[in-house]
Design a protein around this ligand. Sequence first.
Ligand code: C5P
Length: 308
Amino acid sequence: MTAHPRSPGVTVRAAAKVNLYLGVGRPRSDGYHPLATVYQTLSLHDDVTAATSGRWSVELVSEDGIDRDSFPTGEDNIVVRAGRLLAAHHRDARAASLTVRKSIPIAGGLAGGSADAAATLVALDRLWDLQTSDADLLSIGGQLGSDVPFALVGGTALGGGRGELVTPMLDQATRWWVVVPARSGLSTPVVYRHFDQLSPDAPEEVHVSEDLLSALEHPDNRVLAATLHNDLAAPAIDLRPELGELIEAGERAGALRGIISGSGPTVLFLCADRGSADRVRTSLVEAGQPRVLVALGPVSGTHVVEYA
Ligand code: C5P
């Protein structure tokens, strides 16, 4: 029996992010909010496999706990938009089939969609040997979403503008996180609108705190824990009060701090070390949380894992 030849494909990995600091200002004239953030990638990732095809298509492969119904499988999926934008940039008429192997919760505040877009840009660039410059990839990424440029760069970085202006930073420590995805996502625009209602006096300009920047030079997670901050936590908890209860439960179980990443609803707990993270995880699972993960940060940005 002859095996069907597989069409050549490239698989690219991109990581989830947590905002160690997220300062949000009052909306700009274009409706976006000015941000001052520090991003960090986590060892929780999606893989995108791209293969040349006569038409654009997207398929989801996911583990238990991913809300498959929230994943658009048509042309409006961010991976197809990413592919089309890259092809248009090169005046290239080709299309591709895109398979997303998803572990990052959907609409969870962990930039999973942005990770998928970043992975698609790199996968198609390599598949078609487009040799897109890093500057162009970042600029195309920024058009797709505010978190896409950071997903390309990875590691730890300062984010400015509406989040799309990324300056890499050094964090040589290992940060241990317990990640608790919610059963259903929260809409980012809804959380931002609620922020506007709760904070009508938000400043025009925002800055990352000096305390957090100096804590990043310290390997002890206790030092960093005291400086974590997210301006979107209050609106997210106001919309989902159970998030506040979850944060308290994790801190009672031994986490240094519980925070909401981005617009939520994923809750992350920074822990002193791996042993502590494992204990917090066990405690939350025993308390009935269905999906609790342990992850570390930072990890590398978007990168190729397989050429077939
Ligand atoms: O840039 P992205 O597509 O990820 O943003 C999704 C939505 O989140 C925007 O349409 C906007 O409502 C909100 N947002 C914002 N200010 C930002 C980033 C996102 O208001 N800096």
